[in-house]
Design a protein around this ligand. Structure first.
Ligand SMILES: [Fe+2]
Length: 311
């Protein structure tokens, strides 16, 4: 019996000020599904019933993440590996859930059987005229707004972990995650400290990473990332958020590893929200690339140091 995951299901936080969080997340592009005095549940426009959950808490903190399980057998496989039964998920879309606790104490749910809703309408696809290929004749690019993003799914989450070795082994052995690009201390290949990890989908193509692990004593969540339609959509949402006076952290840029276009913003609880688009796809057989972290460029479009990225 193996654990088969298809993607992320949702993320969970606790926050002191749910009103400010909801206002920011709405401007960022999430849609409120449920707003109770002590709980906020939001979704994307891509068909999920929930993707982001925040409960009122005494401090701002990350609680955990949930993966979508491919089948019922995965739930049984997880139980055989120590997962405890949570029963029916108390969230829109429901489904059954089992829980594991990762080496840093984060709750990791596996969810199966949630209902989905009809996805919203996408923007008209960009039709590009390049020197080599023309796609658009006798018309302008279709109009789009400078507005909150239309987000299509929760794509990945970045975690600060106390020990990269311990967490990468745990997510690898229990949940089958595979390193895509992994980074080591300068000159010491065995001292790995950061890694982009993908799901094991066999010969199916999957995102370059669904989980990013960064060794950092603080623990908790570094960022949550939602898929935007394309870089045009990201640029427009960047402008929209700039006008609201939110704190831009990094982007719009392109990461050479994974190729994704990213744009990262600070949320009122001190976490980071990201849009991404155009990520690489890999199969399980595509292996792991190891890099000296001192040689890594984090944005091919900019020489700026991402000074706020790790604060
Ligand atoms: Fe990211």
């Amino acid at each position: 019996m193996t654990v088969q995951l298809t993607g992320l299901h949702h993320v969970r936080f606790e926050a002191r000020d749910l009103d400010r969080l909801e206002a920011f997340a709405t401007d960022f592009g999430l849609v409120t599904v449920l707003r109770e005095p002590d709980r906020l549940v939001m979704r994307t426009r891509g068909g999920d019933e929930c993707a982001y959950v925040a409960a009122r808490g005494a401090v701002d903190r990350f609680v955990g993440l949930a993966f979508a399980a491919a089948d019922r057998a995965t739930m049984d496989a997880a139980r055989a590996r120590g997962a405890t039964d949570v029963g029916q998920l108390d969230l829109p879309g429901s489904g059954e859930a089992v829980e594991l606790i990762d080496p840093d104490g984060n709750s990791v749910l596996l969810v199966h059987g949630s209902s989905r809703r009809e996805a919203d309408e996408a923007w008209a696809e960009l039709l590009l005229n390049t020197p080599f290929r023309k796609e658009r004749f006798g018309r302008q690019q279709a109009a789009r707004d400078v507005a909150p993003a239309r987000l299509w799914r929760l794509g990945h989450i970045g975690l600060f972990v106390k020990s990269f070795a311990a967490s990468a082994a745990w997510y690898g052995e229990l949940l089958g995650l595979i390193g895509s690009d992994v980074y080591h201390v300068p000159g010491v290949p065995q001292a790995q400290i950061v890694g982009f990890m993908r799901l094991d989908r066999g010969e199916e193509w999957t995102d370059h990473h669904t989980l990013a692990l960064m060794q950092d004593e603080r623990g908790g969540c570094h960022h949550i990332s939602f898929e935007a339609q394309d870089f045009e959509a990201q640029q427009r949402t960047h402008r929209f958020l700039q006008r609201q006076d939110y704190e831009a952290i990094w982007g719009v840029g392109r990461d050479p590893h994974g190729s994704h276009v990213f744009d990262v913003w600070r949320s009122p609880d001190g976490a980071r929200f990201e849009t991404f688009s155009d990520t690489d796809l890999l199969r399980a057989s595509d292996g792991t690339r190891l890099h000296d972290i001192s040689s890594v460029e984090m944005d091919v479009w900019s020489d700026d140091e991402p000074t706020r990225y790790f604060i």
